[in-house]
Design a protein around this ligand. Structure first.
Ligand code: GDP
Ligand code: MN
Ligand code: MN
Length: 250
């Protein structure tokens, strides 16, 4: 098996609404079948115009109350509430579920790497975002690649943020080891590896968080895997979500 080669894609401009991320990336990278491109959700959202000016947001009573509680601009809080389907934690920060299944702090709404007074939302349908970028890359290069849209997210139980996959296309999210045997012949009963998050994590490391200007990362020679796409627990399976919801005021 060949070594995996990971390359940050440098020299991309400051992304603005209307930019074609796929085309810009293809100008910088020569693609091969099987390559994987990881793209920061921030730049996808800027290109697609999933941003808002705080000045145009009128906070509701709840946003005003939570803004006071958490020491945040109530207009920013309103943006977070607008992006959320269900609030699971109100303080010391909002944790909420998004319409497409992701649960995260402040609904992934960012105020960094954009002009003052603007907020960036996560893409409204990150799976479609990944598929669209993958298809556009294929149109341009005739190569079949995989695409992951990432965001930097906090985790339960551990300090520190890591890159998470919020959308993917060209492979499954999970590599399923169940039924496989280990080196000693024991059958694996529960191991499902969230490969897309592992790749997103390393991509995030290459991107950095601040002013690196590396919003996309290219992977070559990743092994293939098979599995499934049920990355998110169902409501019935998700113990943490249930416990959070039980303590959250309506
Ligand atoms: P997020 O993890 O999706 O919220 O995105 P970040 O704000 O952490 O940015 C990830 C990487 O992309 C960092 O290296 C940023 O410097 C870079 N980045 C963000 N916006 C742009 C942009 O418009 N152009 C370029 N070239 N890089 C950007
Ligand atoms: Mn982010
Ligand atoms: Mn980040």
């Amino acid at each position: 098996m060949e070594n995996i080669i990971v390359t940050g894609i440098r020299g991309l401009p400051l992304i603005k609404k209307g930019d074609n991320i796929a085309a810009l990336i293809c100008e910088k990278v020569s693609m091969e079948d099987g390559d994987i491109i990881s793209i920061a959700s921030t730049v996808y959202s800027k290109a697609e115009g999933h941003t808002r000016a705080l000045s145009g947001i009128k906070p509701t009573e709840r946003a005003t109350r939570l803004g006071k509680l958490n020491g945040e601009d109530p207009r920013f809080v309103q943006a977070v509430l607008d992006a959320s389907k269900d609030i699971l934690l109100e303080q010391p920060f909002i944790m909420s579920e998004l319409p497409w299944g992701h649960i995260g702090v402040r609904a992934g709404v960012d105020q960094s790497n954009i002009d003052d007074g603007m907020v960036i939302f996560l893409p409204p349908d990150p799976m479609k975002a990944a598929k669209d970028v993958r298809e556009r890359i294929e149109q341009i290069t005739k190569k079949k690649v995989g695409v992951i849209i990432t965001d930097t997210c906090g985790r339960s139980f551990r300090r520190g943020q890591t890159g998470h996959a919020i959308g993917w296309s060209g492979f499954t999210a999970i590599r399923d080891f169940r039924g496989d045997t280990d080196l000693f012949g024991h059958e694996l009963k529960i191991t499902e590896e969230a490969v897309v998050d592992e790749i997103a994590g390393f991509a995030n490391f290459v991107m950095g968080e601040s002013n690196n200007g590396v919003p996309a990362v290219h992977f070559r020679n990743c092994p293939k895997w098979t599995g499934h796409d049920n990355l998110y627990f169902s409501a019935a399976e998700d113990i943490t979500r249930r416990l959070l919801k039980a303590q959250c005021p309506k």
